[in-house]
Ligand binder design. Structure first.
Ligand code: PLP
Length: 283
């Protein structure tokens, strides 16, 4: 049984309860972060804290983020749960009170955190790559806010499951926005990494930022621009990034193999160097 954190207390997971009037539950009025843990250390803690502040502002949740305090709680959760490899989930809700669209201004937000074990360094998807399908992007227009309203990606992942593949890329106005829970990249035939530019249309991935700096250190050309799914079909390589996957190769899109359908050498190298760089700055 895990020990989890809720509003100042460390408690066994079966004793942590949230009100049925919680605004995350009733209105999706909450934001979250997922941080990867490797060798018991946190990857990119400060990046996640910075994005958390932006999400809180975007969702009008008056919560003062103290990154050192959160780091201490997360380190303690890692210790108490003997977490070596996996994730820490953090969620801040606008709070709980009788149901009304507008919260009482003085309502206190609430915070929960818990650990999840997950193979990050050597899962089969990293070795073999994943197959994906494309689906329409039906999400709201502030995807840079990491809000808990995840019904659209849940449905997209179900569509992927029905197609017998592992994930989906979402399409809007003819262009790929991102994966259901990750950022999307292609490597063109002339070896240029293409990933959508930052805007309200996608989540500003913390892993994306690190991946792009790794790509730079490999002297690769990066173009931050929208790309079509047709461009992806004829790419040399494709991959995704997120805290819970790090970097996973994509070997098939909509039933079409990317090149010979094998994991690409550049993606493999980006993943290797991303992990190496992350391990050097674990917190
Ligand atoms: N895009 C979406 C829609 C996501 O949900 C996520 C992560 O959950 C990402 C991108 C990747 O972000 P990060 O690298 O910060 O995990």
């Amino acid at each position: 049984m895990r020990t989890v954190y809720i509003d100042g207390s460390f408690v066994p997971e079966n004793e942590a309860t949230v009100s049925i009037f919680d605004r995350s539950f009733l209105f999706s009025h909450g934001v979250y972060e997922v941080t990867s843990v490797i060798n018991g250390g946190l990857i990119d803690h400060m990046g996640h804290m910075k994005r958390l502040k932006l999400s809180l502002e975007g969702a009008l949740i008056p919560f003062e983020v103290d990154s050192d305090h959160i780091l201490r709680i997360q380190k303690r959760l890692i210790e108490m749960n003997n977490l070596d490899e996996g994730l820490i989930y953090l969620q801040i809700s606008r709070g709980a009170e009788d149901r009304d669209f507008l919260p009482t201004p003085s309502l206190q937000p609430s915070i929960v955190m818990f650990t999840q074990e997950k193979a990050l360094l050597d899962p089969p998807q990293a070795r073999d790559g994943i197959r994906i399908v494309s689906v329409p992007d039906i999400r709201w227009r502030r995807r840079d806010v990491k809000a808990v309203s995840l019904l659209a990606p849940v449905l997209a992942k179900e569509t992927a499951r029905q197609h017998g593949v592992q994930d989906a890329w979402m399409i809007e106005d003819g262009y790929v926005t991102e994966g259901t829970s990750n950022n999307a990249y292609i490597i063109t035939r002339d070896n240029v990494i293409v990933t959508r530019h930052l805007s309200h249309d996608i989540l500003h991935g913390i892993t994306r930022q690190a991946v792009l700096s790794v790509a730079q250190s490999m002297n690769m050309t990066v173009e931050e621009r929208p790309f079509t799914i047709e461009e992806a079909y004829s790419a040399r390589e494709a991959f995704i990034s997120s805290a819970s996957t790090l970097v996973w190769p994509v070997v098939e899109i909509d039933g079409k193999s990317i090149m010979d359908g094998k994991v690409g050498a550049v993606t493999r190298e980006i993943r290797r160097q991303y992990i190496k760089a992350s391990l050097e700055r674990l917190m």
